[in-house]
Write a protein that binds this ligand. Sequence first.
Ligand code: 5GP
Length: 210
Amino acid sequence: MPRIARRGLLFVLSSPSGAGKTTLARRLIDEDPMISMSVSVTTRKPRPGEVDGRDYVFVDDARFAQMKDGGELLEWARVFGNHYGTPRAPVEAAIGAGRDVLFDIDWQGAQQLEEKLPHDLVRVFILPPSAQDLAKRLSARGQDSPEVVAGRMAAASAEISHWPEYHYVIVNADLDTSSASLRAILTAERMKRERQLGLSDFVRRMQSEL
Ligand code: 5GP
């Protein structure tokens, strides 16, 4: 099979907390060597089990402000009282080299990426199968206080209201099914003619040999 050069794409997953987005993102990264996770910077404190540099780069307010003001962030937002942002350099390097980048960011970040890189962006929204399911998953996490869980339930409704801004919507009732849907979306988007930058050369060469 000839390898046809292509431009990488930005694959954005958004959802309310507790809809299974992180699990779906990890599965995709584990199964597909051509896509890697964008590691955000945040001023939030690490949760138990989170690793600096893998889950997030944990920074203080001063460092975050410096990155924002210095143009080092592709997008940024305040979520639940903390700042989150996407470092620009790794994303630009990856898509230029034909590799895809997966983003676990909220609707505010997705909107900013849409303004900056509309042609490279594919936005997927993950919905929980029901309000009851979401409540169960949020309290089963056991890492946050009841007040934080209650706050996230309220915020879930606001996040969900942004579903029409996304290209694809997956109702995550079953992880295996949702995972397969996500892979199918990525596969189809990679085939888009305008992303396959090497096609003209490939076809020209073929025609010269016909
Ligand atoms: P958590 O604190 O639970 O890890 O994340 C809280 C929310 O912040 C999630 O909805 C997540 O998608 C969002 N988020 C994480 N990183 C970023 C980022 O770099 N930019 C934006 N806009 N949102 C982010």
